[in-house]
Each structure stands twice: as C-alpha cells, then as structure tokens.
Design a protein around this ligand. Structure first.
Ligand code: CA
Length: 451
C-alpha cells in the first residue's frame, strides 16, 4: 500500500503523511532496517552524551544515535531545516520545542533524506559516519528538555473506576466530574528522571488501620502507573487559552511515563487535597521524544463515549480532534524481580493496554489546562494518567492488578507480588503498528526500586 496515495484512516492538517513515512524507505544505517523501535520512519529526538563528551541533541536510528551537533558542524542542514537543526543539537531541546510545527517537519524531512539509503547525499553523509553515529549502547540518555512544569491527568475511565472502588467505594466509583473534564493535579517537575535511574523507596506518613494514629516509615505499598507523556511545544501567553482546534499544534510529541505511586502515603494524605508526597518522590520517563509527525499514521478516531455519557462542553469539543485525536499504540508493562533474574527468566509481562483506552484526547487536555488562562511553556510535560484497558490484563498499575493487594500476582519464578519490593524493576514498552506502515516504538522506560 502506498501511504502517499491516501490509503489511511486519518490525515490531520498538522500531521501530513509524506515520504518520511514510506514503509519502503530504508536507511544506510543497517540496524535501523526492521528495527522494532527506531526505524528510519521514527526519528525520535533526544539528548545524549557519548562515553567521553558533553550532552548534546541526537536522533535515534536503529542501534545508533545520530549526533546533531556533529551533523550541524558538518554543514548538513540548510534552508528551513537549518534553524531547527541548530536547536536540535542543544543540551536541552526547549528552544527546538518552541518552534512552530513546520520547522520540526523541515528537520524531519531533511533527517530522513540524510539517513535514507537512496538519499542524494548518501555517500557524503556515510563517509562521515565515524563522527555522526554513536553506538547507543555506549551513550547515556538524558532528559530531553528542562521541564518547567509537570501536570498529571486522570483520563482512563477503567483506571478511574478501579481506583475509585479501592479509595472511595460507593455506588459509582467514577468521580462525578470525570466525564465532564480531564481531571489533573500539578506534579513536581524536579523529580522527573530519565529511564534507568534508580527509584528510592520513599518514607512517609501512613495509617495502618482506620482510626489509628499514623506512623512514619518506608512505603509499604509502592506501585507504578503506566502513562503516556505529552511534551508541550510552543506555549501560550498568561490569560490566553489555547482553543481546542489549535491544541494539537502545541504538542511536540510523546514519551512513556511511570508515575511511581506510594499508595499508603497517597491514601492518608489525599484528604481533602490531591496527590503530594505519595507521587512527588520520583517520575520516570523514556528519554526519546517520539514526535507527532512520526505518529501521524497511527492517529485514529477517539472512541465514542458510552450511551448516556454527557457531551463535553463546547470548549472541549472539536470534530477534527474527534476524528483523529486518539493514538493507536500498544502499551506493555513488564516486571523483572531479583527472583526472575536469578533464574535467568525474562521480565514478566504484567499488563497490555492501548492508548485508545484514554477517555480524553491530548488536545482536550491542552484546551482544558489553558481554559482558565494558565500558560504553558516549551518543555512542559503532561502525564496522560494511568492507561488501563477493560480486560483482565489491562490495568496499568499494581493497585488494580492485585485488587488493592487482595490478589497476589504469581510470577514464573515462584514469587508473588501485590506491590513492588526492593530490587524489582518495572519496564514499559510501547509500539505503534499499522498495515502498510513501518512499526515504530518508544524505547524503554525502566526503573529499579532501591531501599
Ligand atoms: Ca498518575
């Protein structure tokens, strides 16, 4: 199927399908061809450092990282691609993120042509590969931006229903406002870390039994939450909301996000305000920004609301957004325990869901966040909220999978888990597949619990 001839479900104005998505396009970087995460059709943006060297911008291509600083020095970018290329070489990508989507598109098209096996400049570029490419395994990946603000949403109805049942009880466990607005709280940007960094078990106040005084000590119900991260690009002035029809143009791309959660601390402190120390000790993200341009083929209509659900207010409703505002992306969470590792067993899959399980679109999150006048800045980060599917293996958190600790999960090592123990490692993967297109992935989001 030729993606340039219109055999696709959705083409948004902002995210056209072009030669960079052609599934036949191959790279002279051999490891990229058929790569599960980073084929030439992906080209995610990030910040890395080689074994000896400073932080600089790069692009994942197969098992390698394309060094944007070296490529700029070699004069490989001219015209409309030059300015975004300069900024894509920075130590943080905030300046790049502030540019309009057209600049990112020019950069993507030039990168794709430079790395293409059939590119006009192939021999010149390939002759520089010693400087341009670094084996990813020899590099350290960093946060791609200086994150000014981090907001975490609650937008999966299955997750809302499950946690509502465990935390609040009552007739309808879904909060009354959930179907009217994308609920969120302001999180801590300071404790967001790139994949691979250890996560220290937090200490805090928790109440063992209702009515008893709290104690202070290590969290006993440590959990993860599988979310998609949303990277904000160009922002808005204070007092000037972003209309939902424009919201997509303010999103640069996505990453995987683990909103580590101390359930016992969270439960005791969240009365009446929202999450605080139960969440702020750590958030882990996958370090590559998979751009909205790369994700264009995987846009799908937002699933219809259930009969009887209220229609969103006008400021949260846009027909174009409903036609293509959801993302078809398979999300899988794995657990590697010390017991599994000791027996040479692979990480065990805990759950599998899809980003279409979100009740609100990313554009609705942006429109709602700014509707009161709050300004967003380039490099701000949103969490989508835990993405839980409807099926038994769908939940994106142990709280749900273990039914609030009542049903231990059996592992292939003979161990069981209700919540995380020291030494446990949580690993997220996500992939987008679609017939007629090259599959792309997000890379890993990984973190190990330490005492
Ligand atoms: Ca969360």
């Amino acid at each position: 199927m030729d993606p340039r001839r219109g055999h696709f479900r959705i083409v948004t104005k902002m995210n056209p399908i072009d030669r960079t998505h052609d599934p036949k396009r191959r790279s002279w970087v051999e490891s990229a061809n058929g790569h599960a995460e980073f084929p030439i059709q992906n080209l995610p943006l990030g910040v890395f450092s080689p074994r000896e060297g400073k932080n600089r911008g790069g692009v994942a291509i197969g098992d390698a990282i394309f060094d944007m600083a070296a490529a700029v020095r070699a004069g490989l970018f001219t015209g409309a691609a030059r300015k975004p290329a300069l900024m894509a070489a920075d130590q943080t990508l905030n300046r790049l993120m502030a540019l309009p989507p057209s600049a990112r598109l020019a950069l993507r098209q030039r990168l794709s042509d430079l790395l293409s096996a059939d590119g006009a400049d192939r021999s010149a570029v390939e002759s520089l590969k010693g400087e341009l490419l670094h084996p990813a395994a020899d590099c350290t990946l960093h946060l791609p931006a200086q994150i000014g603000d981090y907001t975490d949403f609650l937008t999966s109805i299955h997750h809302a229903a499950n946690t509502g049942r465990f935390f609040r009880g009552g007739q309808d466990p879904v909060p009354a406002n959930f179907r009217h607005l994308p609920i969120a709280y302001h999180g801590r940007a300071s404790s967001v870390r790139a994949s691979g960094e250890a996560v220290r078990r937090p200490h805090g106040q928790h109440q063992s039994r209702p009515g008893e005084p709290p104690t202070f000590g290590p969290c006993e119900r440590l959990d993860y939450e599988y979310e998609l991260g949303v990277w904000i690009g160009n922002g808005n002035a204070l007092g000037e909301p972003i209309a939902i029809a424009e919201a997509g143009a303010h999103i640069v791309g996505h990453c995987l996000l683990n909103d580590w959660s101390a359930r016992d601390i969270q439960r005791w402190e969240s009365q009446p305000l929202g999450p605080f120390l139960g969440k702020s000790f750590s958030t882990t993200i996958s370090p590559w920004i998979v751009t909205v341009e790369a994700l264009a083929p995987f846009r799908v209509p937002q699933p219809p609301r259930s009969p009887g659900d209220p229609h969103p207010l006008p400021y949260l409703w846009d027909e174009e957004d409903q036609k293509g505002g959801a993302l078809d992306c398979t999300l899988e969470a794995f657990l590697l325990t010390p017991g599994l590792a000791a027996k040479g067993l692979p990480p065990q899959r805990l759950s599998r869901a899809n980003a279409t399980d979100l009740y609100w679109t990313f554009a609705q999150m942006v429109a709602h966040h700014t509707s009161g006048g709050c300004n967003l800045n380039p490099g701000d980060l949103f969490g989508s909220g835990t993405i839980s599917g409807a099926l038994a293996d769908g939940p994106g958190a142990l709280l749900e999978l273990s039914e609030n600790g009542q049903r231990p999960i059996e592992l292939a090592s003979g161990e069981t888990r209700t919540f995380l123990e020291d030494g446990d490692e949580v690993i997220f993967h996500a992939h987008c597949h679609r017939e007629g297109f090259a599959s792309i992935g997000f890379g890993e989001c990984r973190g190990r619990i330490t005492a």
